[in-house]
Design a protein around this ligand. Structure first.
Ligand code: FE2
Length: 480
């Protein structure tokens, strides 16, 4: 797409612009030595996803979320850390390199012929699983908001196959933010069923991920776009913000998925509170804001259900993250944290502020019981080419001064909290975050004390890793 930079497209510009630059090779490995003192208990590997290739052949990504995915990992060993990376070998990536652009993705137009649309009015969905990577059985699974989930080898980061469910639920696009129920040892996630009466379907599955069990379904009428949800011991909290679509408009269309959704600025958010034991849903109303990420959810001693969220006043953040805007504007990824408290029998949430720090990519210490959890972490990121910067923040939700960590010239993304084995106090552990240098081709895995926000160790490699979205930490087997 032409812009004010001569013949180079916005997508082409981003390929060489911090913090979106990808490694020059499609896959590789680098070893780095630790600076500082690595906590002796920290052994395992960090796995992450990132949108990485904004152009391939004649295809160009129109939105950050659609760039072809990259998987990378840092294995943490006493002597150093080993970075491995590999471009996601998705069917979508193979097809666009061959000049076929006929799968629906988040915000990039498809190219489908008249007869192709007649044959299948609903387009195939992308499998460019660049949003999150989570453990499933002995493997990992890379996720995006799609019916397709890709099983990945943790050692090589190669895609082994597409995940298959052995159940009766049928194909559903599911969220890329499943929640893990630590008490039950099960994953919980949400799919969108569009056959017949549209529904958000909550389901659970064991860690092996063979079969889904339906918990319940919410029929909201028009389907809301939702990116994440809240999970408590007894409830699932579904955010039906007033950004909704009639799925019929997606038939025969070439537009990106999100472009079918309309924002009703005068409407509230419908928060569906689903009982996990019965599937029964009650709706309460919440502010008409936009949420990518929930921070936390729990039930307190007074029977209140609490959902902490990161809010934007409207959906303009979605437009802001299009490639045209990323290539020329200064963009802050800094949402406002707030608490939505649902009292027994209430019809609307009570909104409480959660400090003054704004951030994205939230993390909490889930070893501590919900009502006693007070710490939260995140990254406040400013995207501005070589002036891009970020701060990792630690915020006490009960008040008190926030603490932060930043390094000149580095853009750090999502901080993953990793607790010290055997620790009993909230926040006793470290944050792991991967940062990209804004001018030089290098990246760093930082280990930051989660309570003091002091850097305790770091490992740097001479590879440009693009700012990524999500991922996780897998402890060495003996320490799990
Ligand atoms: Fe996300």
């Amino acid at each position: 797409m032409a812009d004010g930079h001569g013949s180079i497209s916005s997508a082409g510009l981003l390929a060489n612009r911090a913090p979106f630059r990808a490694p020059s090779e499609a896959s590789g490995e680098r070893r780095a030595v630790w600076e500082g003192s690595l906590p002796p208990w920290l052994r395992g590997a960090v796995f992450r996803t990132a949108p990485a290739r904004f152009t391939a052949g004649s295809w160009e990504s129109d939105h950050w979320f659609d760039a072809l995915g990259l998987l990378f990992s840092f294995s943490i060993e006493p002597s150093g850390a080993t970075l491995r990376w590999r471009e996601l070998n998705s069917a979508f990536a193979r097809e666009v390199r061959e000049g076929r652009f006929d799968r629906a993705s988040f915000g990039t137009r498809m190219r489908r012929g008249f007869f192709e649309k007649l044959r299948s009015p609903a387009p195939a969905q992308t499998d460019n699983a660049n949003v999150n990577i989570v453990p499933r059985g002995e493997a990992l699974v890379a996720l995006t908001e799609s019916v397709h989930e890709l099983v990945v080898d943790p050692e090589t980061l190669s895609v082994l196959r597409e995940h298959e469910w052995h159940d009766e639920l049928g194909a559903m696009a599911s969220l890329a933010h499943p929640e893990f129920d630590r008490a039950k040892g099960r994953w919980v996630n949400v799919g969108t069923a569009l056959n017949g009466r549209p529904a958000l379907v909550v389901f659970e599955h064991d860690v092996d991920g063979r079969a889904r069990r339906e918990v319940g379904r919410w029929h909201p009428g028009r389907v809301p776009y939702t990116h994440s949800f809240g999970l408590t011991e007894r409830f699932v909290l579904l955010i039906g913000h007033p950004l909704t679509a009639n799925p019929l408009t997606m038939l025969f269309s070439d537009r990106g998925f999100i472009e079918h959704f309309e924002w009703d600025r005068s409407a509230p958010t419908r928060l569906a509170v689903m009982d996990r034991s019965t599937g029964a849903v009650r709706e309460v109303s919440a502010p008409g804001v936009f949420v990518f990420h929930t921070i936390d959810a729990f039930e307190d001693e007074d029977g209140h259900v609490v959902l902490d969220v990161l809010t934007y006043p409207d959906t303009s953040i979605i437009e802001t993250l299009r490639t045209d805007s990323l290539a020329r504007a200064t963009i802050d990824l800094s949402a406002k944290p707030e608490r939505w408290r649902i009292a027994p029998g209430a019809s609307s949430v009570l909104v409480e502020p959660l400090g003054t720090e704004r951030f994205e990519f939230p993390s909490v210490d889930r070893r501590t019981d919900g009502p006693r959890r007070s710490l939260m972490w995140g990254a406040n990121v400013t995207l501005d080419g070589s002036n891009s910067r970020s701060r990792l923040v630690a915020v006490d939700r009960r008040g008190g001064a926030a603490k932060s960590f930043a390094q000149e010239g580095m853009v750090y993304g999502e901080p993953l909290f990793v607790g010290r084995p055997g620790a009993t106090e909230e926040g006793d552990g470290v944050l792991l975050s991967v940062g990209s240098h804004t001018r030089e081709s290098r990246s760093t895995l930082a280990v930051v004390d989660a309570r003091s926000m002091e850097l305790v160790a770091s490992a740097s490699v001479d590879v440009s890793l693009p700012l990524g979205f999500h991922g996780g930490f897998s402890r060495e087997r003996a320490e799990r």
